[in-house]
Design a protein around this ligand. Structure first.
Ligand SMILES: [Zn+2]
Length: 141
């Protein structure tokens, strides 16, 4: 039985539904940390690719438009690998699950995005006190 030609498989895969490329790494991380993240992602219970979570968190922090924005992660539900989980929660879970050195590297990459997100969004005064900081932001008027 001949294997399918990989180029043909790629050509036929609609880019919109292509799963996140597992080889993609978050910029700024050492090879060792990238390997630790790959190990995390092999856990059956792991919610989704850390690179994709980082990509969306980055896109949200850098969203074009007015500087002050509502904290809405615009995602197509049909191809959301996190099944609606907040991407910052996935990144936080990674920071907590990684060994200390790798966690420090990931937190250092996230820090400027977190800062930008916080300065571009407004606190939600009605958020319950146990709400994580990234969710305790206004997401509508
Ligand atoms: Zn979709």
């Amino acid at each position: 039985m001949p294997r399918r030609n990989p180029a043909r498989v790629r050509r036929n895969a609609p880019p919109h539904t292509r799963p996140a490329d597992r080889r993609q790494a978050v910029p700024g991380l050492s090879g060792r940390t990238v390997a630790e993240i790959a190990r995390l992602e092999r856990r059956p219970s792991w919610p989704g690719p850390v690179h994709e979570a980082w990509r969306r968190w980055h896109a949200l922090a850098h969203r074009p438009g007015p500087w002050v924005m509502y904290a809405v992660d615009e995602v197509c539900p049909c191809c959301d690998p996190f099944a609606g989980a907040e991407v910052r929660a996935v990144l936080e879970a990674a920071c907590r699950a990684l060994p200390p050195r790798a966690a420090r590297e990931l937190r250092a990459v996230l820090a400027p995005l977190d800062a930008r997100f916080l300065t571009r969004t407004l606190p939600d005064p009605s958020a319950p006190p146990d709400t994580p900081w990234w969710a305790a932001r206004l997401d509508s008027a």
